[in-house]
Write a protein that binds this ligand. Structure first.
Ligand code: NAP
Length: 495
């Protein structure tokens, strides 16, 4: 493992200076009414990057007021107009990709190439939903008894509340803002307090792209619950779209039940990665690395449990360990770095505890297994084998660069183990046997499957989970449905 040194502060501070630090309400950048601010830290050094406005519940209400006031006018705009704004937003993000990637790396820690990838990923959601805006259709049908006609129209849900996590600070916003704009909904978005800058930058990009005042309102706060709960209970917001932990998601679902509010929930995962004895070994190891190390393991889609057929497990573990050992850990802004820091001390403590517990339950560390050097929250890319079913790491979302490997001998046994979790976001399967591939895909209880592929995310595909991993789908053709209501009109037969 290598820990590299810091780079020129000037480029970094220029990028940070270019991002608005206030609340975006009704088309204007405003300080928090109390004047309070919230520090944003660089997780690779622990130092303060800047401060942003710290919204109070009153500021939250002002944001919802603005969204409600803009709703009717926005819903009346033409789909083409909404699509064109998204298209311009896409282009502006791509034009500013490097500068925005630097901001993202500074606040979140991921290496610059990954941040560039995320800016493009976020932009692609705007482009995709800009294209979908003009394809919101309805239906016309004759009732089975022929006595009436059915008209079906799809209309915007209405003012929406959007809450996003720190691990993909811009893409999780693009995945919600894109379809909300396309559908004709106004919104209040609250990014995670640890990574507000990417969302503030995205908000300014959309303002410059011509988004009318009040359609998008962005609030940053250190008091998420105190600010968002009143908005959920207010009665004027008609939708909550949340991406984050299952624990917080459950709490928000309870709050939403009072108003019977529409919800989309993109929650936690515990992805199994299953390698059968007939798998292409090289492809499986490459996929295993990608499924684990995208975003440094801090992804809901991260492979969390590896099940490898016992006849190939030693070779698989060694080859994956070799690739993990070749990773370069350091500040995300430095050349050649492939793994940045974890988000904070709590995340680092959690990973240390999970690996320690696995070892206490008989696991063997093949590579890594400890915190990294330097001031930030670094953890070494790690492979552990002989992981017992009773180890905590098998049940807990690791959110770090640790690959725990267990073995299996039988297809039924591995499917049972893969499904033995409350989560159901994604699984990965490697086999060259087509019948087995289809059989296993049908039996795995997850919303998505990477079949001989270590990455599933794509703006044009329906992303989402089953069980405690969530409700609804983001992206793809169905993504816009999350922001549309279906209305049916009964009409007497014209004859
Ligand atoms: P988190 O703690 O649940 O926070 C998510 C968001 O909710 C943040 O903006 C957070 O703001 C806010 N929040 C926290 N408590 C709240 C409350 N009581 N009321 C309203 N908002 C509240 O999750 P995280 O640690 O940021 O993100 C990691 C989790 O997200 C993981 O479990 C991961 O699997 C999941 N995730 C899922 C997907 C998916 O598509 N399924 C994608 C990415 C991440 P503050 O942090 O500022 O309080």
């Amino acid at each position: 493992m290598t820990v590299t040194s810091a780079v020129t502060p000037t480029i970094e501070s220029m990028a940070i200076d270019g991002v608005p630090k206030e609340l975006f309400i009704g088309g204007r950048w405003l300080p928090a009414t109390s004047g309070a601010t919230l520090d944003v830290l660089d997780p690779s050094t622990g130092s303060v990057l800047c401060a942003v406005a710290d919204a109070s519940p009153e500021d939250g209400k002002a944001a919802l007021d603005a969204a409600v006031a803009a709703q009717d006018g926005w819903a009346a705009t033409s789909p083409r107009e909404r699509g064109e704004i998204l298209r311009r937003g896409y282009q502006a993000l791509m034009d500013r990709q490097d500068e925005l990637a630097l901001v993202m790396t500074l606040e979140m820690g991921k290496p610059l190439p990954e941040s560039r990838g995320e800016v493009a990923y976020a932009a692609e959601f705007l482009r995709w939903f800009g294209e979908e805006a003009v394809r919101i259709d309805g239906g016309y049908a004759i009732s089975p008894d022929g006595r009436s006609r059915f008209l079906v129209m799809r209309q915007p849900v209405g003012p929406s509340l959007l809450i996003t996590p720190w691990n993909f600070p811009m893409a999780m916003g693009g995945r919600k803002i894109g379809p909300a704009i396309a559908a004709g909904c106004t919104m209040v978005i609250k990014p995670a307090g640890q990574t507000p800058l990417s969302m503030l930058a995205l908000s300014e990009v959309l303002r410059e792209a011509g988004l009318p005042d009040g359609v998008l309102n962005t609030i940053t706060t250190s008091r998420s619950g105190a600010v968002m709960e009143p908005l959920i209970r207010d009665g004027r917001a008609r939708k909550l779209s949340f991406t984050g932990s299952t624990e917080v998601g459950r709490r928000l679902l309870e709050q939403c039940s009072e108003q019977v509010m529409r919800t989309s929930m993109e929650l936690g995962g515990n992805a199994p990665f299953v390698v059968f004895e007939d798998a292409d070994m090289e492809a499986a190891v490459d996929g295993a690395l990608l499924a684990k190390m995208r975003n440094g393991g801090e992804a809901c889609t991260a492979a969390n449990r590896y099940y490898v057929h016992e006849s190939i497990a030693d070779e698989f573990a060694q080859r994956l360990a070799d690739k993990m050992a070749a990773q370069v850990v350091g500040r995300g802004v430095d050349d050649g770095v492939t793994v940045g820091p974890l988000i904070d001390q709590a995340a680092l403590d959690k990973v240390n505890e999970l690996v320690g517990d696995a070892v206490d339950h008989g696991a063997k560390v093949v590579v890594g297994g400890r915190s990294g050097d330097g001031d930030g929250y670094f953890y070494q890319p790690t492979v552990v084998t002989n992981v017992s079913e009773s180890a905590q790491i098998r049940r807990t979302e690791i959110f770090g660069p640790v690959a725990p490997i267990s073995t299996f001998t039988d297809e039924d046994e591995v499917i049972r183990e893969a499904n033995d979790t409350e989560f159901g976001l994604v699984s990965y399967v490697y086999t060259q046997d087509l019948s087995r591939a289809l059989r296993v895909c049908e039996r795995l209880e997850t919303g998505m499957i990477g079949l001989n592929q270590g990455i599933v995310s794509n703006p044009a595909a329906p992303f989402g989970g089953v069980k405690a991993s969530g409700l609804g789908r983001e992206g793809g053709k169905v993504g816009i449905d999350e922001f549309l209501e279906v209305k049916y009109v009964a009409v007497p037969t014209p004859y």
